[in-house]
Design a protein around this ligand. Structure first.
Ligand SMILES: Cc1cc2nc3c(=O)[nH]c(=O)nc-3n(C[C@H](O)[C@H](O)[C@H](O)COP(=O)(O)OP(=O)(O)OC[C@H]3O[C@@H](n4cnc5c(N)ncnc54)[C@H](O)[C@@H]3O)c2cc1C
Length: 482
């Protein structure tokens, strides 16, 4: 059976055969790593840069508390902490939720499992624990996260702050697994919050954007450890959209990644593993690079660009293309991300997802937007968390991406208004341009509740950077932080 790696490699060779060498000048030798937006100057503060390389700042203080009492002391101004204070996890957000030129507090040293209960299958962890460390730690105590995103680099506190999510009809975002948390407030109080203790703070702090203080501990509702089997295929996007309701009903997890300028998509179907399930093929972490080579080669050909691209991919696929991965859940959920990219994602009401993604794909085609990076289409269950993108409604999260060394702004600006037409709520950790008035309308139930709670916990706005101020409609005069 041909796997996805073979499929794309064959396509790259085939496209190079179709295209003449003279037309390919400038298509090879690319690298998706972005230029660093800032450089270090000796004597000046060390720059902070996010994973995607589109956000940066020069914090005058970078602090790493190893204990809760140190965290509390820092929030009260110890160790040079002052001005705007922002928490940072793994720097994997694409939006400007982290930057400050004042105080950056990393949660890296607040890591590990604190305690666990085998009966309730809950575990209390430090909020700085990176997801890729948490999987094996939970496995040792016979537990596993119910669901995980398709990469495991974030810190749990960072993931929760932005309602990071995966896919699956029966699964909410990662914030929905949190049954309790400890919040270190801007005034240096430690609040232990749950559905029955500081309940309002709990509902706000489960997706807080880091605006309420710094979460030090999380209690997670896990499942007994389990094994998964994931099957990857290449299929027709329209067939998958027609069959989507059945697939999400019958499989534990399902998502698909439409390929712009083609009728094709990659599908990912994940279920509990059965005895006898084995790995087939091998994960191709360079697939996005190879796809780009094929696209670049063919899009340079006048007149036949899209048609030739689709034909080469279809020929190379030849009807097969399955790759199967199996193992413990924490090994199967995540994928290695070696291609640097930038991403915009909106969640639209579940019933509007198909129309929305169709309009995006048609717009890319009609406007001849030069993009080959696949889109992503995932289902997430509704929750009741105040600022969760899934608050009050099941959602389809649709993402668009661009390679890290290419300008994403022209592409994203043509797609973003489509999301607005479909009542899309932007992912807090991904690129978007919405501000307070539009956001308030998208969160009719608890936007004001969140703002009032934030104001009561942090009247001086010490946790707000410029981005958060624009989200919450707060004048810059509240605080001098960047
Ligand atoms: C390659 C890649 C793949 C991705 N895939 C997915 C995906 O599949 N699904 C998805 O939903 N998202 C995805 N994302 C986005 C990412 O998961 C989220 O933005 C996530 O929040 C990042 O976690 P982090 O630890 O890097 O947080 P950071 O980016 O460091 O911080 C994010 C926010 O959390 C706050 N914060 C951090 N720690 C704390 C704390 N302890 N207390 C309070 N606030 C805190 C920060 O102040 C900031 O506001 C992806 C990003 C990348 C780069």
């Amino acid at each position: 059976m041909k796997n996805r790696r073979d499929f794309l490699k064959t396509a790259a060779v085939a496209s190079a055969t179709i295209a003449t060498t003279g037309l390919l000048t400038g298509c090879d030798g690319f690298d998706a790593d972005p230029q660093s937006p800032v450089v270090f100057t000796p004597g000046k503060p060390l720059p902070w840069i996010n994973w995607a390389g589109n956000q940066s700042c020069f914090p005058s203080a970078r602090l790493a508390p190893a204990h809760e009492d140190e965290l509390v002391a820092m929030l009260k101004g110890a160790n040079g902490a002052g001005g705007t204070i922002r928490a940072v996890g793994a720097s994997h957000s694409f939006s400007a939720v982290v930057p400050t030129n004042d105080t950056l507090i990393t949660t890296d040293l607040l890591s590990g499992v604190i305690s666990h209960d085998p009966t309730s299958v809950q575990a209390e962890i430090w909020a700085g624990t990176r997801m890729h460390n948490l999987g094996p730690m939970l496995h040792e105590i016979g537990q596993a996260l119910p669901n995980q995103p398709d990469m495991d680099y974030p810190a749990m506190g960072g993931a929760i702050a932005c309602s990071a999510h995966a896919t699956g009809k029966g699964f909410g975002s990662m914030s929905s697994y949190v049954t309790g948390l400890t919040l270190a407030t801007p005034s240096g109080e430690l609040l232990e919050c749950s559905a029955t203790s500081h309940a309002a703070v709990f509902q706000a702090a489960r997706t807080s954007l880091g605006a309420l203080g710094i979460v030090s501990r999380l209690t997670l509702q896990n499942l007994p450890a389990f094994k998964l089997v994931e099957t990857n295929r290449v299929e027709k996007t329209e067939d998958v959209l027609d069959d989507f309701a059945a697939r999400i009903a019958h499989h534990r997890h399902f998502e698909f990644l439409p390929l712009p300028h083609t009728s094709l998509c990659a599908t990912v179907t994940t279920d509990i593993a059965k005895d006898g399930d084995v790995n087939v093929g091998e994960e191709d972490s360079s697939a996005a690079h190879t796809l780009r080579k094929v696209y670049n080669a063919l899009s340079w050909l006048p007149a036949i660009g899209d048609a030739a691209y689709e034909k080469v991919l279809t020929m190379a696929l030849g009807g097969a293309g399955s790759e199967i991965r199996t193992g413990q859940s924490f090994e199967v959920f995540p994928h290695v991300r070696t291609t640097r990219f930038r991403e915009m994602e909106y969640t639209v009401p579940a019933e509007l997802g198909a129309a929305c993604v169709r309009e995006i794909l048609q717009t890319i085609k009609d406007k001849k937007i030069p993009v080959c990076f696949p889109l992503e289409y995932r289902y997430v269950k509704a929750d009741d968390i105040w600022l969760s993108m899934f608050e009050g409604r099941d959602g389809i999260a649709i993402s668009v991406h661009q390679y890290g060394d290419l300008d994403y702004k022209a592409y994203f600006s043509q797609i973003e208004p489509i999301f607005w037409k479909y009542q899309g709520r932007p992912h807090w950790g991904k690129i978007h341009t919405l501000k307070e008035p539009q956001l308030a309308a998208l969160y009719p139930h608890h936007w004001q509740d969140f703002k009032e709670l934030r104001q009561s916990l942090d009247p001086a706005g010490r946790m707000l950077n410029a981005h958060l101020k624009s989200l919450f409609g707060i004048q810059n005069s509240v605080n001098s932080g960047s």
